[in-house]
Every structure is written in C-alpha cells, then in structure tokens.
Design a protein around this ligand. Structure first.
Ligand SMILES: *Cc1c(COP(=O)(O)O)cnc(C)c1O
Length: 231
C-alpha cells in the first residue's frame, strides 16, 4: 500500500477514535491503536512504523518471525491470533503482549517457558462473549475461575480481557458485547489478583471500533481500516 493512502487511513482512524472518545467523555490518549499487519507485507509494515504507529499486531507466529527479525526493535508487538502450545517458543521474547490466552494448558506452557527465560508475559484472557461456535475464548461465566487459576502462575501477568465481536452490518448490534466485556473487567479488578492490576480492554476491530471505544476499549486492533487487505 502506498504511503499516502496509509497516512490518510491513519488520520481517519485517529479522528474516529477522537470523536468516539469525545462522545463518551474519554481521552484519546487512553486508547492505544494496534496496527494489525497480518494482511500486510514487510514493506507495508515498515511504512506503518515510519508513519509513527508503534504497536503492531500479528496473528500467525511463524509468519510474524521474519517481520519481527527485520523490524522488531522499532515497535511493541502484540500476538493476537490463536496460539498453539508448540508455537509459544516463537512468541516469547518477541511479543510483549499475547491477546489470546484461552485455556489453562496454554497458560501453563507460557509460564514454563517464561520461567526459563526469566520473563513476565502480559496475557489477555480471550472471552467469547457472544458464544459463537467458530470463535475461540472462554465463556463469560468461566472467566473469574480461570483468572484465579492463572494468577497462581508467577510468570504470567493478566493484562486484561480481549474479545472479538461477531461480524455484523451495523456495529450498534454488538454494543452489548463490549459492554459485557467491560463489566467482566470491572468484576475481575475487584478480585485484586496478583499481577492483574490496571486491566485493559482489548476490543474493537475495523468494523466496530467506534462503538468499542465508546464502551471503554483501551486497545483497539485494526487491520483492514489501516492497511486494507493483502497489501
Ligand atoms: C485480523 C484481526 C484483527 C483485525 O481485523 P480487521 O477487521 O481487519 O480490523 C483484530 N483482532 C484479531 C484477533 C484479528 O485476528
């Protein structure tokens, strides 16, 4: 994607975030924009960094490694895809955040490898708020117990909660999804678990980030709105 178009997209997204913040009495600085570059070439990813976005999201471990080797130092990397246990080794030490912690066996694997490397790993618990059969993530009713178990693992920090809302025509339809994730986050905060302070809300994608920001998102993950598809 050419840099002019990309710069234009970034401006437009920032304006939309600012407007949504304004509408809901929030500060734009409280919303972190993550540029999802899973559709983008290394060149486009470099352009994203050149244009001042520092948070990069990737969803496939092995494909992200060469990009990371070329550009890793320049940004903060977020792993947002489904993570298999045998791929944890590619992710640790490169990605500062994992947004897709969805089962205890994965948490244990992250903890084990992080201990070896003496790292604390920031993990978002992924929640399947809408209960979609084809999506990963815990049911809302499972989140508190799961978080308590994860809090026993000393190398895993609970960074917050993440969800992917169903793809709908009108983003207003998924407002209750974001609202429920926020309410879960508030309940989780009340537990005051160790290594689970200042819980973030990773929610909002190209289709629905405006509504997600109005409902309290602190991190939005945007791919196609920024870099289009397959660039
Ligand atoms: C691909 C992806 C995104 C970005 O999707 P867009 O609709 O292109 O903004 C965000 N989050 C996750 C988990 C993804 O896999």
């Amino acid at each position: 994607m050419d840099k002019t178009t990309l710069a234009h997209n970034i401006e437009r997204v920032k304006e939309t975030i600012a407007t949504a913040c304004h509408k809901s009495g929030r500060r734009p600085g409280d919303v972190q924009l993550i540029a999802v570059t899973k559709y983008a070439s290394e060149e486009t990813t470099r352009a994203v960094l050149d244009l001042g976005l520092e948070h990069i999201g990737e969803s496939r471990a092995q494909e992200a490694v060469p990009k990371y080797e070329a550009l890793g130092e320049r940004g903060t990397w977020h792993f947002i895809g489904h993570l298999q246990r045998n791929k944890v080794k590619y992710v640790l030490g490169r990605f500062t955040y994992i947004h897709s912690l969805d089962r205890y066996s994965l948490a244990k694997e992250i903890n084990k490898r992080a201990e070896r490397e003496d790292l604390e790993v920031n993990c978002f618990i992924q929640v399947n708020v809408a209960g979609e059969a084809r999506k990963f993530g815990l049911a809302p009713s499972e989140v508190m117990e799961f978080a308590k178990e994860v809090a026993e693992l000393p190398y895993v920090r609970i960074a917050g909660l993440m969800t992917m809302a169903p793809l709908v025509e009108d983003a207003e339809e998924v407002r209750p999804v974001f609202r429920e994730l926020r309410s879960l986050r508030d309940r989780l905060s009340e537990l005051e678990l160790p290594r689970a302070d200042k819980l973030e809300l990773s929610m909002g994608m190209s289709n629905d980030y405006e509504v997600a920001v109005e409902e309290g998102a602190t991190m939005v993950r945007l791919g196609s709105a920024l870099v289009g598809r397959n660039t």
